[in-house]
Design a protein around this ligand. Structure first.
Ligand code: ATP
Length: 290
């Protein structure tokens, strides 16, 4: 089971975070279509609204104008037809890997025996057979993220939304999990919308890469990557000319936006990222090290 996703002229505005701060337009007039069963990756400058976009599909927030449709039905709130995997491992530390995977199944009333069977099946799918009884603190970062993926897949969502799920992992683990994800995608045929900061990751995973503009985010263009021999352990796909060409097209498109964002900051506007106390503190730290 998989579903299409469609954004129609979507805008999302937020009130300023601090008293007197101007409102923020995170997304504006954004259009994007993801076909059922497609894996699309999304890249864009920092703060351009990627997470906001994912939250809208997840139903965690609503558009200020426009519509988000999953299988032609407007999203009005969260639902078990959409699974989300975040960068931070949102596992419950007091539950075993299996009990964490069972969470969504408990929520939708799946009987106990079936829950246990499905949890085992999906832990198997993500390569964690034998780790059912381990607690999160007994697992590596990569394994923990595998549990998070198994948990999202266990209730058989039609759409999997992934917000930089591998960003906190070391390079080798990240590459392994990218191949695992492609294998899982091949097996399950889910629709996957995958946000990343990594151009290589975007090109490796996505048949199409959507590049967003600097804030307010809208789709600047789509780079068609097509079928590379991904997931073949004997082929270094990332070194192939086809990969390099696609990578360069994404890089060029993205470079234009990060430059535009930089010029905006140079003209004296507040830097796009510096909107919270936390961000400003981070910036001050960067300045100190400059
Ligand atoms: N709840 C909120 N209230 C006010 N502003 C918000 C809120 N959520 C997001 N924003 C602002 O909207 C803009 C887009 O944020 P978002 O997190 O979607 O960007 P992003 O592209 O995912 O960023 P990054 O690449 O750094 O993860 C940012 O300027 C952010 O500060």
């Amino acid at each position: 089971m998989s579903s299409s996703i469609r954004f129609e002229h979507v805008a999302r505005r937020f009130p300023g975070r601090e008293a007197g701060a101007p409102p923020v337009t995170a997304l504006d007039d954004l259009d994007l279509e993801v076909a059922a069963g497609e894996l699309v990756t999304l890249v864009g400058p920092s703060g351009c609204g990627k997470s906001t976009l994912l939250d809208l599909v997840a139903g965690l927030s609503s558009p200020s104008s426009g519509r988000v449709l999953v299988d032609d039905r407007e999203v009005t709130g969260p639902g078990l037809d959409r699974g989300v995997v975040f960068q931070q491992y949102a596992l419950l530390p007091w539950r075993t890997a299996r009990a964490n995977v069972e969470l969504g199944l408990e929520a939708n009333g799946t009987p106990r025996r079936e829950r246990a069977e499905r949890a085992r099946e999906y832990l198997d799918l993500v390569g964690l057979a034998g780790f059912e009884r381990h607690y999160p603190h007994e697992l590596s970062g990569g394994m923990t993220q595998r549990v998070a993926i198994a948990r999202s897949l266990a209730f058989d969502p039609a759409v999997l939304l992934m917000d930089e799920p591998f960003a906190a992992l070391d390079a080798q683990t990240r590459e392994t999990l990218q191949d695992e994800l492609l294998r899982i995608w091949g097996r399950t045929g889910k629709t996957i919308l995958f946000i990343t900061h990594g151009i290589d990751e975007a090109v490796y995973l996505g048949r199409r890469v959507a590049v967003l503009t600097a804030r307010p985010g809208r789709v600047k263009g789509i780079v068609e990557v097509g079928d590379l021999p991904r997931g073949d352990p004997d082929t270094d796909v990332r070194s192939s000319p086809e990969f390099a060409r696609a990578r360069h097209r994404v890089w060029t498109s993205l470079r234009g936006e990060t430059k535009r964002q930089g010029e905006h900051a140079d003209r004296g506007a507040r830097p796009v990222k510096a909107e919270t106390q936390h961000d400003r503190t981070q910036e001050a730290r960067v300045d100190q090290h400059a």
